[in-house]
Design a binder for this molecule. Structure first.
Ligand code: GDP
Ligand code: IMO
Ligand code: MG
Length: 424
C-alpha cells in the first residue's frame, strides 16, 4: 500500500464505502477531503449494514486514524448523531477520529437556504440533499465562512456569526419572505457543539504529513462522484466541491507529490440521484428491475436512484480528469440475470458524434447514446471466489469496459459483503 485516492467515477453511490472498507485493512489513516453529510457510504459487515455520512469508512477497522479533512463541510449536529451511532456499534471512536480545524461549519441558515432555493427556483432545481452543502461552500468561497477553529474562539465566532446573520436575515426576509434566525440561539447551541467536538480537533495537514514522513499508508476517501464535481461534472447539476482526485490535496493539506495512486470506483451500470442529464437512463420497465435488484435507493435521503446502462463516455472522462490508473467495478452481480447488455460508447447530438464528454448542457440533455450490445451471462456470480471463475461473458463484459475507458480493472465486487470482492 501507499497513499491512494479513491474517487467515484460516475454520479456517486458507486460503492466507495465498500471499497474503502476493503482497502482500509492495509491503511493507517483514512481521510475524507470534500463534501459533507450529503454523502452516504455503506459498509456491510456480516449481517450489519453501516451507513456513514461524515466519518471516514475506515472507522470500522481497529486502530485506523480517521480524519475529516479541511475540505469537508461539517454539520456539527449531524456529526454528533453519527458519533453516537458509531459508538453504539461498539466502535472505538474517541481515539481514532480527528477533525481538521480548518473545515467549514454548516449552520441552520445554510440548510434552510438550500431548501428555499430549490423551492423558489423549482424550474432549475438541482435535487440537492437539502443538507446545506451548497450554501456553506458558497460562504467559504465568498470568505464569510465560519470554520471549526472559529467556533472554538468565542470572540471571533461572535463577530463572524453576527455579520453573517445581518446579511443572511436580510436575504431570508426580503428575498424568501421567510423567518429570521436568532443570533443567541445559534451562538449558544454552536458553542456547546464546539466543546464536544474540541477533543477531536487537529491540524490535519501536519498530522498527515508527519504520517507520510513515518512511511504510513493513507487512503483519501472521495465522496460524490466525478460527474458531480463542480468543475468536471454535469454543471450546474453537480455538488459544490471538487470530488475529483485533485480535491484530495486541497482538501487535506497534502501535496500532490505524495499521492501514489488514484483508483476510480465504477458501478457495472450507471445511477444518479437528483436532477440533471443522464443520457443512458433506462426506460421505466428496466429501471424498475435494476432498481429493485440493485437496491438503488439513496443512502442519505432514501430517494429512488435513477438507473441506466454503463456509459463509457463519462467513465473515460473520469479516467482523464482523475488520472485513474485503476478502477474497481462494483455491483456486477446486479446484471447477473440480464440476457443482453448495452454499453454506451459515444453520444450522437445533431450531426456530430461525441466520444469525449461534452460540457454543453444542451448537448448532454439531448445526447442520443450510441450503444454496443453484448450477451449477458445469466448466472449467479455472488458466490464466486476467484476472478477466473467468473462466467466467460462476465469477463468479456469487464474486458470491454476496461478497453473503452482506458484503465485497468483491479477489483471486481459481486455483492455488498467483504468476502464478495475479487482482486484481478
Ligand atoms: P457510496 O456512496 O459510493 O459509498 O455507495 P453507497 O453506499 O451509497 O451505495 C452503494 C450500495 O451498493 C450500498 O448499499 C452497498 O452496500 C451496495 N454494494 C456495494 N458493492 C456492491 C456489489 O458489488 N453488489 C451489490 N449487490 N451491492 C453492492
Ligand atoms: P456519495 O458520497 C449521489 C447529488 C444530489 C444532487 C447533487 C447536489 O454517497 O456518493 P448537494 O446536496 O450535494 O448540494 O446535491 O448531488 N449528491 C449525491 N448523489 N451520491 C452522493 O454522495 C451525493 N451527494 C450529493 O442528489 O443531485
Ligand atoms: Mg452513497
Amino acid at each position: 500500500m501507499s497513499n491512494i485516492v479513491i474517487v467515484g467515477a460516475q454520479w456517486g453511490d458507486e460503492g466507495k464505502g465498500k471499497i474503502i472498507d476493503i482497502l482500509s485493512k492495509d491503511a493507517d489513516y483514512v481521510v475524507r477531503y470534500q463534501g459533507g453529510n450529503n454523502a452516504g457510504h455503506t459498509v456491510v459487515v456480516g449481517t450489519e449494514e453501516i451507513i456513514l455520512h461524515l466519518i471516514p469508512s475506515g472507522i470500522l477497522h481497529k486502530n485506523k486514524v480517521c480524519i475529516i479533512g479541511n475540505g469537508v463541510v461539517i454539520d456539527p449536529e449531524a456529526l454528533l448523531v453519527e458519533i453516537e451511532y458509531v459508538k453504539s456499534k461498539k466502535i472505538d471512536i474517541n481515539s481514532n477520529l480527528r477533525i481538521s480545524e480548518e473545515a467549514h461549519v454548516i449552520f441552520p441558515y445554510h440548510k434552510v437556504l438550500d431548501k428555499l432555493r430549490e423551492e423558489k427556483f423549482s424550474q432549475t432545481k438541482i435535487g440537492t440533499t437539502g443538507r446545506g452543502i451548497g450554501p456553506c461552500y458558497t460562504d467559504k468561497f465568498a470568505r464569510n465562512g465560519i470554520r471549526i477553529v472559529d467556533i472554538l474562539n468565542k470572540r471571533i465566532f461572535k463577530q463572524k456569526l453576527k455579520s453573517n446573520l445581518e446579511e443572511k436575515n436580510a436575504i431570508f426576509i426580503k428575498v424568501y419572505k421567510a423567518k429570521r434566525f436568532s443570533f443567541d440561539k445559534i451562538y449558544s447551541e454552536y458553542l456547546k457543539y464546539a466543546q464536544i467536538i474540541k477533543p477531536y480537533v487537529c491540524n490535519s495537514s501536519v498530522l498527515l504529513n508527519d504520517a507520510i514522513k513515518n512511511k504510513k499508508n493513507i487512503l483519501f476517501e472521495g465522496a460524490q462522484g466525478t460527474l458531480l464535481d463542480v468543475d468536471h461534472g454535469t454543471y450546474p447539476f453537480v455538488t459544490s466541491s471538487n470530488s475529483t482526485a485533485g480535491g484530495a490535496c486541497a482538501g487535506t493539506g497534502v501535496g500532490p507529490t505524495h499521492i501514489d495512486k488514484v483508483i476510480g470506483v465504477v458501478k457495472a451500470y450507471t445511477t444518479r440521484v437528483g436532477e440533471g442529464p443522464f443520457p443512458t437512463e433506462f426506460s421505466s420497465q428496466l429501471m424498475k428491475k435494476i432498481r429493485s435488484r440493485g437496491k438503488e435507493f439513496g443512502a442519505t435521503t432514501g430517494r429512488p436512484r435513477r438507473c441506466g446502462w454503463f456509459d463509457a463516455v463519462i467513465v473515460k472522462h473520469a479516467v482523464r480528469v482523475n488520472g485513474l490508473e485503476a478502477i474497481a467495478v462494483t455491483k456486477l452481480d446486479v446484471l447477473d440475470m440480464m440476457p443482453t447488455l448495452k454499453v454506451c460508447v459515444a453520444y450522437r447530438y445533431k450531426a456530430a458524434i461525441y466520444k469525449d464528454f461534452p460540457a454543453d448542457i444542451e448537448a448532454l440533455w439531448k445526447a442520443q447514446p450510441v450503444y454496443e450490445e453484448m450477451p449477458g451471462w445469466m448466472e449467479d456470480t455472488t458466490a464466486v471466489k476467484d476472478y477466473s471463475q467468473l462466467p466467460l461473458n462476465a469477463r468479456k463484459y469487464l474486458k470491454k469496459l476496461e478497453a473503452l475507458v482506458g484503465a485497468k480493472i483491479e477489483i471486481v465486487s459481486i455483492g455488498s459483503e467483504r468476502n464478495q470482492t475479487l482482486f484481478v
